[in-house]
Design a protein around this ligand. Structure first.
Ligand SMILES: Nc1ncnc2c1ncn2[C@@H]1O[C@H](COP(=O)(O)OP(=O)(O)O)[C@@H](O)[C@H]1O
Ligand SMILES: [Mg+2]
Length: 401
């Protein structure tokens, strides 16, 4: 087996030397580089891409939190472990939400250090493995649709909730809607459901969780969609890991035909898991230049994760050619075709969000509702086509239908 490559980032030389000495104890690990601040960390991540970066928090020039944020965005395959001292609890939380996978409190023993590295690396390996398996799985009946963007406020939640409702009404199949905007999720508000349980209650049961038990935690929306809400407080988000997300989505796949996942604007490990597991990613953009630039770098990250291009559908929300950026220019910049356009209609969208009624049910005559219902139609049709294709394949190979 390849040795796990580890880079050590700390501004204090003595600390770096101590850590290097601890690492030298174990022949499963090799030193890949060292640095004295966040800038070094980002450079090492980009140039050497070690498996693991051990990162101090307080450093001159660029601190460990900022560096973690940059690395999580540009090199999500590099795992950051934060080294904190007592009393840095607040920073620690920030580092975790910036995308650090784990943390370790200074001072630490060689045993604790090695164990943390090995288990963080193991998690990352499983994540990658999953990526390969999910690409190969052809015969799953259910479809995971992750609604994503590298920007907030572009309409992810609006689209996720209205699409879920449309799919439920159109196909009469079982639809689950999962709020993975773990800190600021607002699906429950947008759909006006009373929150009894959240994803936090689900993970408390993680050990004995099965698809039956999972049912008890989902909340009914009158459209038929079943909802798993985000935690009630932002600080609960940090308890939820990518393996929880993995388990939740897998269990939902046993019972639901469509699993729609709403996300936050980041490549946090939980969001990454939902992107890995997605059959289709709906990547939402708007037409302003900062968002387009952001979406472009998000697409680059997805390329580096080897997502097949056909897995990603670009949605242009709040679309209108009157803002000076032509749709063609937009497509040229992203080097991708727009898959669906959703027009700007604040009156309909904002009013329905405030009332807690999905506009695809109450304002079906509007263009914005029609655009989302069309999208649901496209998804449902693709689905029935692929079922036909699968039958064809089975026929060819003489398998029972
Ligand atoms: N097509 C649209 N036309 C007008 N306003 C929209 C449209 N889509 C979303 N919005 C508004 O934009 C804001 C952000 O939408 P939201 O779905 O919460 O985005 P995100 O989940 O990406 O942060 C909300 O106020 C929402 O009502
Ligand atoms: Mg949102």
């Amino acid at each position: 087996m390849d040795r796990i490559s580890v880079a050590v980032i700390d501004d204090i030389e003595e600390t770096r030397n101590n850590i290097k000495a601890l690492l030298a104890f174990d022949n499963r690990i090799k030193l890949a580089g060292e640095g004295v601040n966040g800038v070094d960390a980002v450079r090492i991540a980009n140039e050497i891409h070690p498996d693991i970066i051990l990162m101090d928090i307080n450093m001159p020039v660029m601190d460990g939190i900022k560096a973690t944020e940059e690395i999580t965005l540009s090199r999500p395959e590099v795992t950051v472990i934060i080294m904190s001292v007592q009393g840095e609890q607040e920073y620690l939380k920030k580092a975790m939400s910036a995308g650090a996978r784990d943390f370790i409190s200074k001072p630490f023993s060689s045993e604790v250090l090695i164990n943390t590295i090995i288990s963080a690396h193991e998690m990352q390996r499983k994540r990658k493995e999953h990526l390969v398996v999910s690409g190969a799985e052809e015969l799953v009946r259910s479809k995971v649709i992750t609604v994503f963007s590298t920007k907030g406020g572009v309409g992810k939640t609006t689209i996720a909730s209205n699409l879920a409702v449309s799919l439920a009404r159109l196909t009469k199949k079982k639809v689950a809607l999962v709020d993975l905007d773990l800190q600021f999720g607002d699906i429950a508000i947008m759909l006006n459901v009373a929150v009894k349980n959240t994803i936090n209650d689900v993970i408390k049961e993680a050990a004995q969780l099965d698809s039956e038990l999972m049912e008890d935690y989902l909340i009914n929306h009158f459209s038929g969609v079943r909802i798993l809400p985000a935690p009630l407080k932002p600080e609960y988000a940090e308890y939820i890991t990518s393996s929880h997300v993995d388990k939740i989505i897998k269990l939902l796949k046993e019972k639901y035909h469509y699993i729609i996942v709403d996300t936050s604007a980041s490549f946090h490990e939980t969001v990454l898991m939902s992107l890995d597991m997605a059959d289709t990613i709906l990547f939402v953009s708007t037409q302003d230049l900062p968002t387009i630039k952001n979406v472009k770098s998000g697409m680059d990250v997805m390329d580096s994760l080897h997502y097949p291009p056909e897995k990603i559908n670009i949605i242009l929300n709040k679309a209108s050619e009157q803002f000076g950026i032509k749709y063609k220019d937009f497509e040229n910049t992203l080097k991708r075709k727009i898959w669906a356009y959703i027009p700007e209609d604040s009156q309909t969208v904002v009013t329905s969000a405030n009332k807690g009624f999905p506009f695809v049910m109450t304002r079906t005559e509007t263009k914005v509702a029609k655009a989302i219902i069309d999208m649901a139609n496209k998804i449902a049709n693709e689905d029935s086509q692929s079922i036909e294709e699968r039958k064809e394949v089975k026929r060819k190979f003489g398998l029972r239908l």
